[in-house]
Write a protein that binds this ligand. Structure first.
Ligand code: FAD
Length: 292
């Protein structure tokens, strides 16, 4: 099923779309671990599961397509296959689009991918909107396109306004649903939505939520996302810095509170970054299932 249709159905029912993100295991020998995780995650009855795409963009050993196709076939759960373009040629992308179509994938997240300083990149594509255009051209109506957005502005962007202006190119190129970067401050999300709507962006936006359950996750998460830490979040980190069990529970509570507030304020979707840890995602789901 096309993901925009899922959003339409849920909207009619007055419910948010609930989705999960997983990533392909680094080693092929660990491939079963992803299906073990999905096996456990089934209980949350997600509307779809998204599968990330390795930043390197090497199509030969990329397992995103296989995993997304297998989840759909084995579990009957709709999937969203991510695709990055910054390190791919137009030919690579065409091959990937064909693979998606052949394996029954219906939804693609069109992404640029991160630019790692000093790393050689192909640069046949500069931005996600160019990838979205190629997906449109090659797949016609067979593949639905989704895109990423950033409640606090993309890290390279000079301002939130400039980033939202650029977001419009992605939508013009066919993205019909957006999923946000993780954030810890719901106020930032509400400001972003108000601004995006004022800029004429009407597509559904799903809120990307990452439960942070270990102190060691903070530095990397914040560095990569640029997400600001509201006082309550900073207090949690300080309070449980030397108490791993307390941190775990507080991190889940924080994510549950964030999701409940978003749902009570009419969010169109909740997208949980599971980090392939079903226990954490299931705990968050248990805390919000009465609202789904
Ligand atoms: P773009 O939309 O191209 O934006 C990048 C920057 O360029 C922004 O600053 C934007 O304002 C600007 N810009 C955009 N379009 C234009 C234009 N036409 N002209 C001028 N400037 C423009 N990375 C992975 O490697 N694999 C994944 O699976 C993955 N999944 C993700 C899922 C989500 C929900 C999110 C939020 C991010 C994900 N990422 C993933 C990370 C993503 O690749 C990076 O955040 C990357 O730096 C930007 O990707 P983008 O698609 O948003 O790029």
């Amino acid at each position: 099923m096309k993901i925009p249709e899922i959003f339409e159905e849920k909207k009619k029912a007055g419910k948010p779309v609930f989705s999960l993100e997983v990533f392909p295991p680094k080693r092929k020998s660990n491939m079963n671990s992803i299906y073990d995780a999905v096996d456990k995650l089934q209980v949350t009855k997600p509307d779809f599961i998204s599968v990330t795409y390795g930043a390197g963009g090497n199509i030969a050993d990329n397992s995103t397509c296989d995993i997304a196709a297998n989840i759909k076939k084995q579990y009957g759960i709709e999937t969203l296959a991510h695709l990055t373009c910054i390190n791919s040629t137009r030919e690579d992308v065409s091959v990937m689009i064909e693979r998606f179509k052949e394996t029954g994938i219906e939804n693609v997240m069109a992404l640029r991918g991160d630019i790692v300083p000093g790393e050689d990149i192909k640069r046949e594509f500069e931005h996600a909107n160019e990838l979205a255009i190629q997906v449109q051209r090659k797949a016609n109506d067979d593949l639905e396109i989704l895109g990423a957005c950033y409640p606090e502005g993309h890290i390279e962007s000079e301002s939130l306004d400039a980033d939202i202006q650029n977001l419009k190119y992605k939508i013009g190129a066919g993205a019909r649903v957006l999923i946000t970067q993780l954030f810890f401050d719901n106020a930032k999300f509400y400001e972003f939505i108000a601004k995006a709507r004022a800029f004429g962006i009407r597509v559904p936006v799903s809120a990307g939520i990452m439960p942070v359950v270990k102190a060691s996750q903070i530095e990397k998460t914040v560095e990569l996302s640029g997400a600001s830490q509201p006082a309550e979040f900073a207090e949690m980190i300080a309070r449980y810095a030397n108490d791993p069990e307390g941190f775990y529970e507080a991190g889940i509570d924080y994510a549950v509170k964030q999701c409940r507030d978003l749902i009570n304020n009419g969010v169109e979707g909740i997208h949980i970054y599971t980090m392939n840890d079903p226990k954490v995602a299931i705990r968050v789901w248990e805390g919000i299932k009465d609202l789904l």
